[in-house]
Design a protein around this ligand. Structure first.
Ligand code: TMP
Length: 225
């Protein structure tokens, strides 16, 4: 692939991490960041909604304030635009590994699946927001890989029962998360080459092993880390 290719793969690497609340992604993202850094790679570890001062303000609204699904969708995509332009694209241009806790698949899963919001509107917003100047009009910015931590909503609910005060999403019933999982499944079916589904219903060490093996298979990590 030429250096002018729209893909971020030859220089930067863009990986997103997805799953329902309680799937346990956070510790693995931190672990993965350490593994990349141990191999001399510069890592930008970030999250959505959030990752910039403006996007973090929008995150607080989305997680805390009641609103209708269109408002919710506009806010998460507004946060994404700011994040993409000011953090993700510059980091990819510097050749870094960007490890992003959630990205647009979460919008299709939570607003599209969970809230039942119009997927055509989300697709339009995706096209507006992820067409960035760095791509020179050629394609949408998407992660090179999306790791989906797959967990049954009933198991996630049991894990969350012991957690801190739930936000507007964590407090949803199991049926909401079943629809979120269906939303993720639809995205993974539509773009299978971008998704790595990891069984999150295993001991933490085994989840890490599966995740690590996947990155080794793709040639992005050495076996030793
Ligand atoms: P977190 O708890 O994994 O940081 O994610 C924050 C919450 O925001 C989580 O419940 C999923 C939700 N969310 C959406 O509803 N839409 C989105 O586009 C994103 C990125 C997150």
């Amino acid at each position: 692939m030429s250096p002018s290719s729209p893909s971020s793969t030859p220089t930067g690497l863009f990986v997103s991490f997805e799953g329902i609340d309680g799937a346990g992604k956070s510790t693995h993202i931190a672990h993965l960041a350490e593994a990349f850094q141990a191999q001399g790679r510069v890592v930008t570890q970030t999250r959505e909604p959030g990752g910039t001062p403006l996007a973090e303000k929008l995150r607080a609204m989305v997680l805390g304030d009641a609103m209708d699904p269109l408002t919710e969708s506009l806010l998460v995509f507004a946060a994404r635009r700011d994040h993409l332009i000011t953090v993700i694209e510059p980091a990819l241009a510097r050749g870094e590994a960007v490890l992003c806790d959630r990205f647009t698949d979460a919008t299709f899963a939570y607003q599209g699946g969970g809230r039942g919001f119009d997927l055509a509107v989300l697709t339009t917003l995706e096209q507006w927001v992820q067409a960035t100047p760095a791509l020179q009009g050629q394609a949408l910015r998407q992660p090179d890989l999306t790791v989906w931590f797959d967990l049954a909503p009933e198991i996630a609910a049991a894990r969350l029962a012991d957690a801190r005060a739930p936000d507007r999403f964590e407090s949803q019933p199991v049926a909401f998360f079943q629809a979120v999982v269906a939303g993720y499944a639809a995205r993974a079916t539509a773009q299978p080459e971008r998704f790595a589904k990891i069984n999150a219903d295993q001991p933490r060490e085994q989840v890490w092993q599966d995740l690590h093996d996947h990155f080794v298979q793709r040639g992005w990590l050495n076996k030793s880390t």
